[in-house]
Design a protein around this ligand. Structure first.
Ligand code: ADP
Ligand code: MG
Length: 138
C-alpha cells in the first residue's frame, strides 16, 4: 500500500462553493496535502486523464463536465491513502453514498459527483504525475 493518492475537487463542487469545506474534511480525516492547485482543464487534458473510460457511453459527458470550469487537483498523503480517500469520498453514485461521505454531502448527480479519487496505487502514481511535477510535491 502506498501512502499517496490523487484527488480532484470537481467543477460542480468548486462552482457550488464547497472547496473550503472539502479541504477541511480532508485535513480532519488525517490526510496531509502534498500538492494542490486550481486549474481549468482543456477538453484534451480531461480526455487524456479519463482515457480508461474512452469506450464508456458517458465519456463525452464526463470530459465536457471536467473541462467546463475550474477544479482543484490534489496530492494527498496518509497511510493506505488510496482506500482511505475512497472511503471519505463515498460511492460513485451519491444516491448510494454512505452518510458522512463527501459525495453524500456535496455531490449533485452520478456524473457531477464532487470529487475524484485514484482506484489503485499504480493509477495514483500515474494521475499524480499527470498534473504535478516532482518539484511540486511538498
Ligand atoms: P469513480 O469516480 O468513483 O472512480 P468511475 O471511475 O467508475 O467512478 O467513473 C468515473 C467518473 O465518471 C465518475 O466519478 C462520474 O463522474 C462519471 N460516471 C461514472 N458512471 C457514470 C454514468 N453511468 N453516467 C454518467 N457519468 C458517470
Ligand atoms: Mg474511477
Amino acid at each position: 500500500m502506498s501512502n499517496l493518492t490523487f484527488g480532484i475537487i470537481k467543477p460542480d463542487a468548486v462552482k457550488n462553493g464547497h472547496t473550503g469545506k472539502i479541504i477541511d474534511r480532508i485535513l480532519a480525516d488525517g490526510f496531509e496535502i502534498r500538492a494542490m492547485k486550481l486549474i481549468h482543464q482543456t477538453k484534451k487534458q480531461a480526455e487524456g486523464f479519463y482515457a480508461v473510460h474512452s469506450e464508456r457511453p458517458f465519456f463525452g459527458e464526463l470530459t465536457e463536465f471536467m473541462s467546463s470550469a475550474p477544479c482543484v487537483v490534489l496530492c494527498l498523503e496518509k497511510e493506505n491513502a488510496v482506500p482511505e480517500w475512497r472511503n471519505l469520498m463515498g460511492a460513485t453514485n451519491p444516491a448510494e453514498a454512505d452518510e458522512g461521505t463527501l459525495r453524500k454531502e456535496f455531490a449533485t448527480s452520478l456524473g457531477e459527483n464532487a470529487v475524484h479519487g485514484s482506484d489503485s496505487d499504480d493509477n495514483a502514481a500515474i494521475e499524480i504525475a499527470y498534473f504535478f511535477s516532482k518539484l511540486e510535491l511538498v
